[in-house]
Design a protein around this ligand. Structure first.
Ligand code: ADP
Ligand code: ASP
Ligand code: MG
Length: 402
């Protein structure tokens, strides 16, 4: 007998038929004598629809607290419906909201971090041999206010429960049957991976492969929770995410794309010590996530610094820069909201020179100009014009994966 944590994404519970399909998957494992804790997301596009509703009321963006109050309701619907389906099929079940399942988070509304899970209630319900259905993506802060964990956060809820309850396995069910070398819905000739390391998966997730939320992978690595990503529509093995995997012949494990990028150039800065410090220190104070940074070589006493930030932080970044305009004495700030970051990821590239140049060759052959480049041991990212993003991903994928 094992303790199994299963997570089902929005498309897996999008309508009544899908809810019963999921209920049957759960019951199959329960009837084999296992304890089953299930984390579920809001149905279909519910979260997007709720965001639209909020925009109708306040197009400038409502407070983050009230946004969380609204968005957390999506998961409340899906846990109740799934529990009702399991009841109807004759098994003991209970649905729990995030706070009832013991999720304590910090107070960063919209992107809260889990502080701890008080597992008392979960353990009580397990001891009663009930199937437990937990609302993903949500928790409670120390002021007893609802919080949400950021888009795609139900994955993190599932991994957190698996870690806290010392589950035997953690299965993430979705609408594809595993992790592929690129998004199988957008790129042709992608290959399914049998296994991938935490580090590679973390990079892919952070660089735009939304199949797993990056925080969930970070947590899985930290607590050594082995994950399986698999389909809720077809019963077959998926992709295992773990610490060490067997070496593959391929140099790279995947290609990812992120269009949630703004490029900001601060032009005509003084070419003196401390300028980069003052600029990035101010951005850090504004909690801006700076990604790729490029500084030009000084000429005639001035230099330019270009960097990227997530699209939704672009405005705040400009405000931050303008707040120290008199200190920085730059000539102008130029922003571009239509770029994309295309990345390749793979532990194999550490020991193989020439991987980056092969990627650049693919882009050259496709006639795509590179604006910025950034590398680490296991990834190479390039910033390009967003309108060529899909073409770039396809070209790079074809170059590396036969
Ligand atoms: P869920 O609602 O189940 O959480 P998501 O939409 O968040 O599902 O994630 C699944 C989607 O991730 C797939 O439908 C697929 O289009 C996309 N995806 C992007 N990159 C990859 C990849 N490398 N492998 C598999 N799926 C990917
Ligand atoms: N429902 C939330 C979202 O759409 C959480 C999730 O799906 O994981 O982002
Ligand atoms: Mg998801």
């Amino acid at each position: 007998m094992s303790l199994i944590v299963k997570k089902f994404g929005g498309s897996s519970v999008a309508n009544a038929e899908r809810v019963f399909n999921v209920a049957n998957i759960i019951i199959d494992d329960y009837k084999k004598g296992n304890d089953v804790i299930v984390v579920v997301s809001a149905q279909g596009d519910t979260t997007d629809d709720l965001i639209e509703k909020a925009k109708e009321i306040n197009p400038d963006g409502p407070s983050k607290r009230e946004m969380d109050m609204l968005l957390a309701s999506g998961e409340q619907i899906s846990i109740a419906l799934l529990a009702m389906a399991i009841e109807k099929l004759g098994c003991p079940v209970i649905s729990l909201l995030g706070w009832q399942a013991g999720f304590n988070t910090d107070s960063h509304h919209g992107i809260a971090r889990i502080r701890n899970i008080n597992t008392e209630r979960l353990k009580l319900e397990v001891s009663k041999h009930k199937i437990i259905i937990v609302a993903g993506f949500q928790g409670l802060n120390k002021y007893d206010d609802l919080t949400t964990l950021g888009r795609g956060g139900s994955d993190t809820s599932a991994v957190a429960i698996a870690a806290a309850m010392k589950a035997d396995c953690c299965q993430i069910y979705t609408d594809v049957d595993g992790v592929y070398t690129a998004d199988p819905r957008k790129v042709t000739n992608t290959q399914k991976l049998d296994q991938i390391t935490y580090d590679e998966m973390l990079e892919l997730a952070t660089l735009g492969a939304q199949v797993l939320n990056n925080r969930s992978v970070e947590m899985a690595k930290k607590y050594n929770v082995e994950l399986e990503v698999l389909s809720s529509l077809e019963r077959k093995p998926g992709t295992i995410v773990k610490e060490i995997v067997k070496m593959e012949k391929t140099l790279i494990r995947g290609v990812a794309k992120d269009t949630n990028v703004t490029r900001i150039s601060v032009i005509g800065l003084n070419d003196t010590p401390g300028v980069a410090f003052k600029l990035f220190n101010k951005l850090a104070q504004f909690k801006i996530n700076v990604d790729i940074i490029l500084q030009s070589v000084g000429r005639d006493g001035t230099k330019d610094i270009t960097f990227t930030v997530p699209l939704d932080q672009g405005k705040d970044a400009i405000t931050a820069i303008e707040s120290i305009a008199d200190i920085l004495e730059y000539k102008e700030v130029v922003t571009d909201n239509s770029c994309a970051k295309v990345s390749i990821v793979g532990a194999g590239m550490e020991s193989h020179p020439g991987v980056a140049s092969k990627m650049f060759e693919a882009l050259f052959d496709a006639g795509i100009n590179i604006q910025m480049i950034s590398t680490s041991e296991i990834k190479v990212s390039v910033l390009i014009d967003g309108k060529y993003a899909d073409k770039a991903v396809q070209a790079v994928h074809e170059k590396f994966i036969q």
